[in-house]
Write a protein that binds this ligand. Structure first.
Ligand code: DX5
Ligand code: ZN
Length: 230
């Protein structure tokens, strides 16, 4: 079994203090920074681009940055994110006219590649490209906003992707994104995920009152994951 990775989504962080927020969640034990890119076209919201990714690198962030593109089209912006310091770049297959080409472009730019599946997007996109993905990301909410509820049928989909990955024998991360909290992360891990995005669960709670907030929440996610490992 692979290591479990906790991936705080900075979508719910305090953007006015972003560098400090990222430092603090990493200090609390998070593994990878989940970076949500929205374009008000593919999804109905607008967030951050390559300049912010570059700013985090300049600030001194050395942890992997997991760029989740919710933009259409995707090819124009991929090399910019690679230059800005992205580690993983994942995109939605519906947002690219040529999925194989975009996956190749991510790798040719020096990053790890991944495909993202909305709750109702079929997995058939994976039929031919398992050798071109380093990560598969299943959305457990419809993309665009933090703080939504986990859609339970995605657990079956997780099991199906876990089976595909195991059958392939390849080293591919299985990430879940949306509505993950301490009270469901164990079930999500049992269904096969190994990388857990958590936005509002980590950044959303009342932190002013608890200076160790991030240690507490990341710690509670970890201890739930330890139970899943059994
Ligand atoms: C939604 C984003 C998620 C979001 C998750 O489109 O892809 O990464 O920030 O937020 P929570 O964990 O609050 O559901
Ligand atoms: Zn995301």
């Amino acid at each position: 079994m692979k290591d479990f990775w906790i991936a705080p989504s900075i979508l719910s962080a305090d953007f006015a203090r972003l560098g400090e927020e990222v430092d603090n969640v990493l200090k609390a034990g998070a593994d990878i920074v989940h970076f949500d890119v929205m374009d008000n076209h593919y999804v109905p919201n607008l967030t951050i681009g390559p300049l912010v990714c570059e700013a985090l690198r300049k600030h001194g962030v050395t942890a992997p940055i997991d760029v989740h593109l919710m933009v259409k089209p995707v090819d124009r912006i991929i090399p910019d994110f690679a230059k800005a310091g992205a580690t993983y770049i994942t995109f939605h297959p519906e947002a690219s006219e040529h999925v194989d080409r975009s996956l190749q472009l991510v790798r040719d730019s020096g990053c790890k590649s991944g495909l993202v599946f909305n709750p109702a997007t079929p997995l058939e996109y994976l039929d031919y490209v398992m050798e071109k993905v380093d990560m598969i990301l299943l959305m457990s909410v419809n993309p665009g906003f933090g703080g939504q509820s986990f859609i339970p049928y995605v657990l079956d989909k997780l099991r199906a992707v876990r089976e595909r990955i195991d059958r392939s024998g390849r080293d591919i991360r299985l990430e879940i994104d949306g509505g993950v909290k301490a009270d469901n992360i164990r079930e999500v891990a049992a269904a096969g995920a190994d990388t857990f995005v958590a936005g509002s669960a980590i950044f959303g709670a009342a932190k002013a009152s608890d200076p160790n907030h991030y240690d507490t929440i990341v710690g509670s996610l970890r201890s739930e994951l330890a139970k899943a490992r059994g």
